[in-house]
Structure formats: structure tokens, C-alpha cells
Design a protein around this ligand. Structure first.
Ligand code: ADP
Length: 194
């Protein structure tokens, strides 16, 4: 299986690139943010809980997020692979993901990390807030909080994958197509080596 962690701060383009990658490589796209938003829309209990954190720019607690991700992944019996988008976002999530995949006799192939500077992120998120109506993209304080949480809780996961020789940083500023090509080059290099 080809299992990719698509990583990067809020607004780095994970969702945009994931959509293109799943199409090219026939992978299953698991976006924790999308799953939470679908639950909010469906007015489920999980949605109500997630919303209370998302509105403040905080992470949904690990035990909730990890359980949800696993039951979502369990729906696919024999996929070519997964793209994890927005997960893992903490060290504990990274460890849980490894354990889960090892239970399925597979593992993470690589972490592709989109690197984008903070000014550019804020610009993109505010613009997305106008177009998409996402509440967490419309409030500068919530945006700042998400970026701070990323630096504090999420970015350390890079070291976790780096220690396994699976970390790959990608310049996430530029044309969507150019960034996509950079990602594909790394994936193809990996696929050629196994
Ligand atoms: P972005 O990357 O732009 O912040 P996402 O759609 O990935 O957007 O996430 C939106 C929100 O959903 C996050 O701010 C967080 O509250 C929640 N969330 C998403 N993924 C996770 C996760 N893996 N762990 C905890 N909370 C998460």
C-alpha cells in the first residue's frame, strides 16, 4: 500500500493537493477536518463536540479524533493506499496511526510536508473564509490560534517521521500545478524504490 501523510499548517494547501493526488494515484482521502465538518452538518453528537473545539481553533481531543479516524479507515478493506490529510496532528496521533496500520500489516510510506510562511497562510485563510464561509477562517484570532497550535502540538510530529526517514519537506508556495509536480516527484521516487 501507498500510505501518505500530507502535512502542513492550516492553509498550506493540503486539501487542494490531496484532491489531485487521490485522483492520480487512486488513493482513499481521509481528511479529519472534512469528516468533522460532515458531522457538524449532519448534526451528530460527534459534530457538536468537534464544533466546540474547532470554533476556537483548538484541536479536538485525541481519543475522539483517533477513534473516528480508525473507524473511517476501517470502511475500506483493501485500498491501494490512504492519504491522511490533517491527521496526525499530535505526537500521540502519530503513534496511534502507526499502531493502527501495523494491525493492518502496512505502514506509512512517507510524510509530505507543505512548507508555507506565516504571512502567506494568514492571507490564504482569510481569503478562504470569504469564499467558503468557514467560520474558523473568518476570525483573525482563531486563525492565529490554529497556527500557534500547529507550531506547539503538530509540528513536532515531523521529527517522529524524520527519525523513520519518512519526512519530506516541499515548498508549498507557488502555482498549484508546480507544487503538485513536486509532490508527485517524491511519490514516484518512493514507488520506484520499493
Ligand atoms: P486547517 O488545516 O485549515 O486547519 P482542517 O479542515 O484540517 O483545516 O481542520 C479544521 C479543524 O478541525 C482544526 O482546526 C481542528 O479543530 C479540527 N481537526 C482537524 N483534524 C484534527 C486532528 N487530527 N486532531 C484534532 N483536531 C483536528
Amino acid at each position: 500500500m501507498l500510505n501518505i501523510v500530507l502535512f502542513g499548517p492550516p492553509g498550506s494547501g493540503k486539501g487542494t493537493q490531496a484532491a489531485k493526488l487521490v485522483e492520480k494515484y487512486s488513493l482513499i482521502h481521509l481528511s479529519t477536518g472534512d469528516i468533522f465538518r460532515a458531522n457538524i452538518k449532519g448534526e451528530t453528537e460527534l459534530g457538536t463536540l468537534a464544533k466546540s473545539y474547532m470554533d476556537k481553533g483548538q484541536l479536538v481531543p485525541d481519543e475522539v479524533t483517533i477513534g473516528m479516524l480508525q473507524s473511517e479507515a476501517d470502511k475500506y478493506e483493501a485500498p491501494k493506499g490512504f492519504i491522511f490529510d490533517g491527521f496526525p496532528r499530535t505526537m500521540d496521533q502519530a503513534v496511534a496511526l502507526d499502531q493502527y496500520l501495523s494491525g493492518r500489516a502496512t505502514s506509512i510510506s512517507m510524510m509530505l510536508s507543505l512548507e508555507v510562511d506565516e504571512e502567506e497562510l494568514k492571507k490564504r485563510l482569510l481569503l478562504r473564509g470569504k469564499d467558503s464561509g468557514r467560520a474558523d477562517d473568518q476570525n483573525p484570532e482563531v486563525i492565529q490560534n490554529r497556527i500557534d497550535v500547529y507550531h506547539r502540538d503538530t509540528a513536532p510530529a515531523k521529527a517522529y517521521y524524520s527519525a523513520q526517514n519518512k519526512y519530506c519537506g516541499i515548498n508549498g508556495v507557488g502555482a498549484i500545478e508546480d507544487i503538485f509536480n513536486l509532490l508527485c516527484t517524491e511519490i514516484d521516487r518512493f514507488a520506484a524504490a520499493v
